[in-house]
Write a protein that binds this ligand. Structure first.
Ligand code: C2R
Length: 188
């Protein structure tokens, strides 16, 4: 049994997981749940962990260094404030790293955005919008990466685009007071 002074073991990627979702804190989970849900909708298995470049730096370095050999293909990192998690993960892995800036208490997520997006040349982090839109889009982007090799995922992405367009058409039809599909008669 591990002694009290030993650090907890570094998480190993869940078998079959292709995408990792790493969060700086469990306080990021309510927003990152959207990311998880989106991957789930596409049937993409994810490995989800709380780890912090500041608070558990060894775990982050070890997890990121081993991510590729464990079968992961895309690493999504969410952090708020001085958001260094995505950058540190990118320093230790050649896998695509997607950064999602979390809204923060004092600076509304601008601190998270800048510290995620402003990487030095040579260490890319693809940075998404602050908050839920970023969480969903990072998941969709991960699916798009995986879909390059997988026709079944491409078909799901096409269906997703179709649903988006139908949703807008329905809203427009409601605005025009007409059933969906008819050309709205605009007032002149
Ligand atoms: P707590 O709620 O645990 O105090 O965390 C987390 O992502 C969270 O948004 C507050 C915020 O600190 C962030 N955090 C980072 C990192 N680790 C934790 N930005 C990191 O490694 O970058």
């Amino acid at each position: 049994m591990a002694s009290k002074n030993e650090p907890p073991p570094v998480p190993v990627a869940a078998s079959g997981a292709r995408v990792a979702i790493l969060m700086g804190s469990d306080s990021d989970l309510p927003i990152m749940q959207k990311c998880l849900d989106t991957l789930h909708d596409f049937g993409v298995p994810a490995d989800v962990h709380v780890m912090s470049a500041h608070r558990s730096p060894q775990a982050v370095a070890q997890y990121a260094s081993r991510a590729e050999e464990q079968g992961l293909e895309v690493l999504i990192c969410a952090a708020g404030g001085a958001a260094h998690l995505a950058g540190v993960v990118a320093a230790h892995s050649a896998l695509p790293v997607l950064g999602v800036p979390m809204p923060s208490k004092h600076l509304s997520g601008m601190d998270s955005l800048f510290s995620t997006v402003q990487m030095p040349g040579g260490v890319p982090v693809a940075t998404f919008a602050i908050g839920e839109a970023g969480a969903v889009n990072a998941a969709l982007f991960a699916v798009q990466v995986l879909a390059r090799k997988e026709p079944a995922l491409r078909a799901k992405l096409a269906a997703h685009k179709h649903r988006l367009a139908c949703g807008v058409r329905e809203k427009d039809a409601a605005l025009q007071g007409q059933p969906s599909g008819k050309t709205p008669g605009n007032a002149r």
